[in-house]
Design a protein around this ligand. Structure first.
Ligand code: NAD
Ligand code: ZN
Length: 359
């Protein structure tokens, strides 16, 4: 009944701290094949950051376009197979990007040492051996993927993480200067992932003093960042959001997400919607569960002129709605937290379908 959690081994925080990367890597370079694999969000190709990547001859630098879809099991298996075949086992993996890149770096680090397809390891503690050294540098704040013990992958069967203590990064560099270029809509959607993590963490049976302390502080930061006179994409707020994202993730290590994330997984799995956007789409209709939170999130959207579509369900087929409801229903840990151990008496496929029809 008690969770025994591992944290990130080392964390650097501060504007400009990206410059620490080279010296941090030097002490790891002698391991395995003595080269590093960089996985970097394609957004940075040709941008200033590219010039500052401390890659040495022999290192592999891969720019990945994360927009077509969320990370998949196929994508991870292919990357692992290619690198092992053509270069051997890297000394480590460095991920520079958003939640998608964080998850790709974490997952591929594990798959370098665990045989077969990553589909075999989707779930809790299914990974057999520790992965290789992995270091994360988030460039958009909100998912908490930089701190969490899961690497979420979409496979042929399910959208589910490789979840174990070896998933957690060995090192994270939190340099909020890297988030300055995030466009306002993505700044809001991804930031709202933190906000929703905290609301859901708090509003459920697993909430406790530990998860509450992190969620409360992260919510306070979100309010400063998105509401009131000092709201907006300022350097000070970029710092705060980076910390809030981490604290939202830490809150979840001792609690759980809830109804919104269950519905969001359905939207991602069946319709391919991106996680943070899907959360916002679902959350706006969950007054019955998270009334005050829903009102506040809507206020944040209004303040920054970001609108969410409504009436989407009109274009969905009954089959799609039923399929999404099944995906959501099959996340019992979320319902158990949000509704309680007797959730099956209160939540049915039909009642979840009704929630999707509101969207
Ligand atoms: P993302 O990584 O998909 O990136 C979103 C967009 O922002 C992309 O277009 C990307 O190119 C762009 N971007 C990133 N940094 C930028 C920058 N500095 N300037 C301009 N554009 C930038 O988005 P995300 O919302 O951070 O992550 C979503 C993914 O995270 C999903 O795959 C989801 O499943 C996963 N996730 C994982 C966890 C976890 O604990 N592992 C938690 C929540 C979500
Ligand atoms: Zn989330």
């Amino acid at each position: 009944m008690f969770k025994n959690f591992k944290n990130i081994d080392k964390v650097v925080f501060g504007r400009g701290s990206f410059s620490m990367l080279e010296s941090i890597l030097e002490e790891k370079r002698h391991e395995n094949g003595k080269f590093f694999l960089y996985v970097i969000d394609n957004f940075f190709k040709g941008k200033d950051l590219e010039k500052h990547i401390p890659a040495k001859p022999g290192d592999i630098v891969r720019f990945i376009d994360v927009d077509p879809h969320e990370p998949t099991t196929d994508q991870i298996d292919q990357l692992r197979d290619e690198v092992l075949r053509d270069y051997g086992l890297p000394a480590g993996v460095i991920g520079i990007g958003g939640g998608s890149i964080m998850d790709i770096a974490k997952a591929v680090s594990l798959m370098f040492t665990n045989e077969g397809s990553s589909t075999l390891y989707q779930g809790l503690n299914l990974i057999k051996k520790p992965g290789i050294y992995h270091l994360g540098i988030p460039t958009i704040s909100g998912t908490g993927a930089e701190v969490s013990m899961t690497a979420v992958l979409t496979g042929p069967e399910k959208k589910l993480g490789l979840k174990c203590e070896w998933t957690i990064f060995n090192q994270v560099i939190l340099d909020s200067e890297l988030t300055a270029t995030v466009p306002v809509d993505k700044w809001l959607y991804t930031g709202m992932d933190t906000y929703i993590h905290c609301i859901e963490s708090e509003m459920g049976t697993l909430n406790n003093a530990y998860s509450h302390a992190y969620a409360e502080q992260a919510l306070k930061l979100c309010r400063e960042i998105y509401l009131g006179d000092k709201a907006g994409q300022t350097p000070e707020n970029d710092d705060k959001l980076m910390v809030a994202s981490m604290m939202g993730g830490l809150s979840l290590t001792y609690s759980e997400v809830g109804v919104c994330h269950a519905l969001s997984y359905g939207l991602s799995k069946i319709l391919g919607e991106k996680h943070c956007y899907a959360n916002c789409i679902a959350f706006q209709h969950l007054e019955d569960y998270y009334g005050e939170g829903v009102r506040e999130l809507k206020q944040m959207l209004v303040q920054h002129n970001v609108t969410l579509p409504t009436g989407l369900s009109k274009s969905w087929t009954n089959e799609q709605i039923t399929a999404m409801a099944h995906v959501a229903y099959n996340l019992p840990h979320m319902w158990n937290h949000a509704i309680g151990p007797d959730w099956k008496e209160k939540v049915t496929i039909a009642s979840i379908e009704e929630l999707y029809r509101r969207m």
